[in-house]
Design a protein around this ligand. Structure first.
Ligand SMILES: Nc1ncnc2c1ncn2[C@@H]1O[C@H](COP(=O)(O)OP(=O)(O)OP(=O)(O)O)[C@@H](O)[C@H]1O
Length: 285
């Protein structure tokens, strides 16, 4: 576990061999102009873990995951997926991982079924296997009826689910998911959690970023709290929580925020409100 006392921007010690981990990063650093948004991050994600990455808005989670998966070139540092260096052995690293991330191009003129068939072909899977897996994934994710509909016409939650299916179809060793349950309804959310648990129980590794602490507490066995581009705390969920709620640990680690007295005092019951009320009354008449 990373000691929070020593992790504020100072190099963290990661003695393990990064090639033995499902995902490992060493010294990852990214700056935009004068701002260092990811600052010398070291992280080990063991095989078979469901690993939650949490942190406030703008903490550097997406930037870190983008560098860890080879989507964004770091200023410094390296990442390994399933033992493959993402910059020196990109094909092997990419073959090992399934990725769900915002901002990646989606072939959304295809139907859900066509998209899975296309991605399966890109992954060089046998046609019969792609067909069988696509059917099963569409069924499991509640997308069977929408299989013939173009992805561009999917809702936000449906899009998330078809992108998850796309990330799973080649049965990757490591699944990396940026906000996987965002916009997903509770029934589908529960199903997805079950899929991820089964995946980890059979030896797969899941890395997910989320703002939903209940999800991380209920699903993940490991967690890292990132703040201002550094890892504040990382380790097994029970070690990090030490009997407290993860939300309390999170707030302590990143610093709580309270609305200052008098701030936004114009918001709520006011002249504007009663004027609005009158307008509504006028409209009703
Ligand atoms: N291309 C870019 N140019 C300049 N700054 C950037 C760029 N991409 C990200 N940043 C900055 O890097 C910081 C970290 O952003 P990042 O998206 O990694 O945060 P995050 O932890 O994923 O946030 P959120 O929880 O809101 O998604 C932010 O301050 C953001 O403005």
């Amino acid at each position: 576990m990373t000691d929070p006392e020593n992790s504020q921007g100072t190099p963290q010690i990661c003695p393990t061999d990064p090639t033995t981990q499902a995902l490992a990063v060493r010294g990852l650093t990214k700056s935009y102009g004068d701002a260092t948004v990811v600052n010398n991050i070291n992280l080990d994600i063991p095989k078979g873990a469901i690993y939650g990455i949490v942190g406030p808005n703008g903490a550097g989670k997406t930037t870190m995951l983008s560098m860890a998966t080879g989507l964004l070139r770091p200023n410094k540092g390296t990442a390994w997926i399933s033992g493959f260096n993402v910059w020196e052995e990109p094909n092997d690293a990419k073959r090992s991982m399934g990725l769900l991330a915002d901002g990646l191009p989606i072939f959304d003129r295809l139907t859900g079924k066509e998209l899975l068939t296309y991605v399966g072909a890109l992954r060089e899977l046998d046609e019969g296997i792609v067909d069988q897996r696509s059917e099963e994934l569409l069924e499991a994710l509640g997308l069977k009826e929408a299989a013939g509909k173009r992805v561009v016409d999917y809702s936000a939650g449906m899009t998330k689910k078809i992108l998850l299916a796309q990330a799973l179809i080649h049965n990757p060793k490591v699944l990396i998911l940026d906000e996987p349950l965002e916009a997903v309804d509770p029934v589908s959310g529960r199903l997805i959690q079950q899929i991820l648990k089964n995946f980890a129980q059979t030896g797969g590794t899941v890395v997910l970023s989320s703002h939903v602490m209940e999800l991380v507490e209920g699903l993940c066995d490991h967690v890292a709290i990132i703040n201002r581009g550094v890892v504040e705390i990382a380790g097994h969920v029970d070690e990090v929580r030490r009997g407290r709620s993860l939300t309390d640990v999170f707030v302590d680690a990143v610093g709580g925020a309270a609305l200052q007295e008098g701030s936004l005092s114009w918001l709520g019951a006011s002249e504007g409100h009663s004027e609005g009320q009158n307008q509504n009354e006028d409209r009703a008449e």
